[in-house]
Design a protein around this ligand. Structure first.
Ligand code: AHM
Ligand code: MG
Length: 336
């Protein structure tokens, strides 16, 4: 069992604080707040199976409070935790139409970070007891501290991220994050409520043998993607590869990072930009991937170089082991 011989996330954050550029402890406090919110959300996710007993969304629970859907609840937990601690000047969430400003028009509040978050990704998996996740991304604001946050503070390309991470609520709960100096994974010991460093310096193997894509959409994919899928299935050299698709980006990504693989959500003839959101899903995962020796593209472009134009923008997304992404790129390039 993960216990006291392992480093805790709290210890790790303190030890690494001095390595951040412009370190003032603000980013450490922010990651600490996310750690706390993650534990609360984990508790809620774990009891999701009891919903019939505890009451479904729309019902009133024993305390007379209205039950919320889990993705709405996760959203509230993260936003409240960050608001209460007054450590960010703004939050944008996949669950909210617009960004939220936090006391940013008060010059006493000199907080410089904004957080973008997908509070509960893959939430359709909740009903069937399959892993879901939280994805977060942190930027330094570009407008002056002490003035109201603006849309431009959120619409920054992914290469400006200061930190990014995810929490996977799986067979065990893990928090994985980067501050631009490699990727580290922490596993929650639920008995103690403590995250321990279980996966130091995580790295995608350069080659992989797993491809993850919703093949039900095959007929709608562009020819380059179809050809690559056929390549994965061909009986040659180390192929055919294995197909694994959970339908929870965080879980599919997490498995591929550990075992070697590629995750794809391409655009198709029915959804011109694919499905995934650049700011809440693709950028943070791309930052983690690159920090872990992997690669992330949105077709011909590096994900992290895309300049966002709107908060809820969608982009095609391909991420994983470097050589697999490069191979896919070759197929895409044939149909330029
Ligand atoms: P969500 O933000 O509505 O949960 O959608 C994102 C999820 C990803 O986690 C997952 O990889 C993908 O949608 C699955 O989509 P599909 O069911 O179209 O394959
Ligand atoms: Mg999502």
């Amino acid at each position: 069992m993960l216990g006291n011989k392992h480093k805790t996330l709290g210890e790790f954050i303190i030890e690494n604080q001095s390595s951040f550029q412009y370190s003032s402890g603000e980013l450490s406090r922010l990651i600490n707040a996310i750690r706390l919110a993650a534990k609360v959300v984990n508790h809620e996710v774990n009891k999701a199976g009891l919903i019939d007993i505890l009451g479904a969304a729309g019902d009133t629970n024993i305390q007379g409070e209205d039950q919320q859907k889990l993705d709405v609840l996760a959203n509230d937990i993260f936003i409240q935790t960050l608001k209460n601690r007054e450590i960010v000047c703004g939050i944008a969430s996949e669950e909210e139409d617009d960004f939220i400003s936090i006391n940013s028009n008060d010059e006493k509040h000199q907080n410089k970070y904004v957080v973008l978050i997908d509070p509960l990704d893959g939430s359709s998996n909740i009903d069937v007891n399959v892993s879901v996740g939280t994805i977060f991304s942190i930027y330094r604001r570009v407008t002056p501290a002490g003035t109201p946050v603006q849309l431009e503070d959120f619409l920054q390309p992914g290469n400006k991220q200061v930190a990014a991470g995810y929490i996977v609520y799986g067979t065990s709960t893990m928090l994985v994050y980067t501050t631009g100096d490699g990727v580290n994974g922490f596993t929650l010991n639920p008995a103690l409520g403590t995250f321990y460093l279980s996966h130091p310096d995580m790295r995608f193997p350069e080659n992989g043998k797993i491809y993850s894509v919703n093949e039900g959409n095959y007929v709608h994919f562009l020819q380059g993607v179809k050809d690559y899928i056929k390549y994965c299935q061909e009986e040659k050299e180390d192929r055919p590869y294995t197909s694994r698709y959970i339908g929870s980006l965080v879980s599919d990504f997490h498995r591929n990072m550990i075992k070697g693989g590629i995750y794809m959500y391409p655009k198709s003839s029915v959804s011109e930009s694919g499905k995934l959101r650049l700011l809440y899903e693709c950028n943070p995962m791309a930052f983690i991937a690159e920090q872990a020796n992997g690669k992330a593209i949105g077709g011909r472009t590096r994900i992290l170089d895309i300049v966002p134009t709107e908060l809820h923008q969608r982009v095609p997304f391909f991420v994983g082991s470097k050589n697999m992404v490069d191979k896919l790129q070759e197929f895409l390039d044939k149909y330029k």
